[in-house]
Design a protein around this ligand. Structure first.
Ligand code: FAD
Length: 386
């Protein structure tokens, strides 16, 4: 996503990706309306709509698949101007990749370490090659090598916060996949051009399941197991593409249930690009200021998203007495209009690319105003007077 945004600037960048070739990875991705104005700005929105289905809620079923309740987000498009949408993860990846010139992405290049000083940052790749730049963005996933090296350096300097050195103490294990195209005559839900989402939550045990219909007569499936802290530590369940993950540093333990990990990574990219764009020159101080500004703009919101993700995890997949009680109340007693309003309010932060024409708010709920780009306005004024 960051590359897609930087393509709109004259800021040079290069991507180093450890996989040698692109393989379709992962099942689905739910995209929240918070990123859709930026998609519109970048010309991604129309293509995204073609490859996705809107999601307006989920049916909650018991262990015999009997319908217990329907959670619906009513009038959401009216409130926010967009809907939640779900698509195959590989399709979104392909869409974003299609806008990145081939010469700017280097496959089969694994980052193994980094060094930074006042002159910039140096990255060492697995083949021994080194690359120099002004800023390194570690978008390398749950087991980020960049983060691990930063943490190591911070730890050596005695600057690593205690919370970042703690082991993970609890979590969920998730396995997910998608089917091949199925026959809509046999599964009539596939005929609808919206997502049928079903969540099976037994009242005993620690597993939940979900299915979602997707364009192309495909169904995505997932099974989620709640782990106790002992299991997590003793079994050394490693985070991978298909287990819960932490996106540490700014965003911690965003559960897949919340549909927020990638969404927040995209929002990070938007805000980071805005801050980098504003720099007049890439000196150490300017980079430090830009990154401080990025933290200022993102940290509280990212933390709030983390809490929200944790809550969604409890509502959908938690199996403790308390979590079942919360689910019971949310599913059975909270009016859909209140649920919708709550979700819409949580969508108030929708940062856009500050140096592209802004997309107006199409919903009836408010959007948090964003910091305008002084550089963009100056450039626009200059263009207007030429
Ligand atoms: C089951 C499941 C469902 C999810 N559903 C959703 C959802 O519906 N909505 C949502 O918003 N989020 C969802 N998420 C979370 C989302 O997938 C992640 O938060 C997001 O992909 C993180 O983006 P990233 O760019 O940091 O890392 P990734 O998407 O993991 O990408 C990291 C990339 O870096 C490469 N890489 C790794 N190490 C190195 C290295 N050393 N050198 C070079 N390259 C390297 C990897 O090959 C990979 O291409 C889900 C996650 C899971 C597990």
């Amino acid at each position: 996503m960051l590359a897609n945004i930087l393509e709109k600037t004259n800021i040079s960048y290069e991507i180093f990706e450890k996989t040698k070739e692109i393989k379709p990875v992962g099942a689905i991705i739910t995209i929240s309306p918070t990123v859709l104005p930026a998609f519109e700005q970048l010309g991604l929105y129309e293509d995204f709509l073609k490859m996705s289905y809107p999601v307006t809620g989920t049916d909650v079923r018991n262990k015999d698949a009997k319908l217990e309740a329907s959670i619906t987000i009513e009038n959401f498009k009216q409130l926010v101007g967009y809907e939640f949408a779900v698509c195959q993860r590989s399709k979104l990846y392909d869409l974003l990749l299609s806008r990145v010139p081939d010469n700017k992405i280097h496959f089969g290049k694994r980052v193994v370490s980094l060094l930074q000083n006042k002159e910039g940052v140096m990255v060492r790749l697995h083949d021994g090659a080194t690359v120099h730049g002004d800023i390194l963005v570690g978008a390398d996933g749950a087991y980020s090598a960049v983060r691990q090296h930063l943490y190591k350096q911070l730890s050596n300097m005695g600057k690593l916060p205690k919370s970042d050195s703690k082991p993970i103490t609890k979590g969920f294990f998730c396995m997910a996949g998608i089917t091949n195209p199925l026959d809509p005559q046999k599964i009539p839900d596939l005929k609808d051009e919206f997502c049928h989402c079903d969540t099976i939550i037994p009242n005993d045990g620690k597993y939940s399941w979900n299915t979602l219909t997707l364009p192309g007569n495909i169904i995505s499936w997932g099974t989620i197991c709640q782990l106790d802290s002992e299991t997590y530590i003793n079994e050394h369940l490693r985070n991978s593409e298909w287990s819960p993950e932490e996106n540490e540093q700014l965003i911690k333990e965003l559960l897949p249930s919340g549909g927020l990990g990638a969404v927040n990574a995209i929002l990070d990219a938007v805000v980071l690009a805005n801050c980098i764009y504003e720099m007049k020159i890439a000196t150490y101080d300017a980079v430090t200021d830009a990154l401080n500004e990025y933290r200022e703009q993102r940290y509280d919101e990212a933390k709030a998203q983390y809490e929200s993700s944790k809550f969604s995890g409890k509502v959908y997949y938690g199996h403790t007495m308390m979590e079942r009680a919360i689910r019971h109340v949310v599913v059975n007693y909270m009016p859909p209009s209140i649920q919708s309003y709550g979700v819409a309010k949580a969508m108030a932060c929708r940062p856009q690319v500050a140096f592209l024409p802004l997309i107006p708010n199409r919903g009836t709920t408010e959007v948090i105003p964003q910091k305008p780009s002084a550089k963009y306005f100056a450039e626009q004024a200059r263009v207007a007077t030429v």
